[in-house]
Design a protein around this ligand. Structure first.
Ligand SMILES: Nc1ncnc2c1ncn2[C@@H]1O[C@H](COP(=O)(O)OP(=O)(O)OP(=O)(O)O)[C@@H](O)[C@H]1O
Length: 216
């Protein structure tokens, strides 16, 4: 796989966080920790706060109480360093429709000196490298967005419903990608509404403005 070897052992800790959107309490007393090689699946009904939690873990939204640390450093005080640790797959694919698949991946590939062709091979999209993204199906766009994740040598993947639009074969392929990444010491935190091929993962079940928790 394209990600660089994960060298350091990391620990990501979420301690008693609480978060609002405006006056609405979204997350209450959420705690968990992940070490290198571990993964967490976040489940819960629509509106339970899964995407909000991912945004918080990415450092994109602040919390009203609690603390999130990466190797004992508060991420709210180390935002730039934290963004270097993570690769983020949002609910939207965030692709430019007029550009080709390859052109959409070029910036990430240039920044990290990683190989587009290799990433596209992993997501089985090499044959569409020169096609404009607006010509792609929803699943092919999702695969392009996943290829971008592979191009960044991150320690932690934050994935918001990565399987949306994917066919069964690609979901199974995603299982191999996950396994390879965690074997190298990478961490994965992902939301989902369907079972994911992610072995030995912890799970966190959210209910609207819930405390949580299962299997942690
Ligand atoms: N920018 C925002 N401003 C105000 N409220 C918001 C905002 N974003 C989300 N919310 C509210 O926060 C709650 C949690 O939303 P969130 O998107 O985190 O849920 P989710 O579990 O990811 O849902 P889904 O399964 O539908 O993707 C919802 O009630 C939603 O209306």
């Amino acid at each position: 796989m394209q990600t660089l070897p994960i060298i350091s052992a990391n620990i990501f800790k979420i301690n008693h966080i609480r978060a609002f959107h405006g006056e609405k309490l979204i997350l209450k007393n959420i705690s968990f920790s992940l070490s290198s090689g571990e993964s967490l699946i976040i489940t819960g009904q629509n509106g339970a706060g899964k995407s909000t939690l991912l945004r918080i873990l990415a450092g994109l939204k602040s919390v009203d109480a609690g603390i999130i640390t990466w190797n004992d450093q508060d991420i709210s005080k180390q935002f730039i360093e934290h963004t270097q640790n993570i690769a983020w797959l949002s609910h939207q694919d965030s692709l430019k429709p007029a550009l080709t698949v390859k052109e959409n991946l070029q910036l990430t590939s240039q920044i990290y000196n990683t190989n587009i062709q290799h990433a596209l091979t992993i997501v089985n999209l090499n044959h569409m490298a020169d096609i404009a993204v607006r010509m792609l199906s929803a699943g092919q766009k999702r695969r392009t967005a996943l290829a971008r994740i592979l191009l960044k040598p991150a320690q932690l993947w934050l994935l918001d419903e990565p399987t949306v639009g994917l066919d069964q074969e690609t979901i199974e392929q995603l299982g191999f990608i996950f396994k390879d990444f965690t074997k190298q010491g990478g961490m994965i935190i992902t939301t989902t509404h369907i079972p994911l091929p992610l072995e030995n993962s912890k799970t966190l079940h959210l209910t609207p403005s819930s405390s949580m928790v299962s299997s942690l």
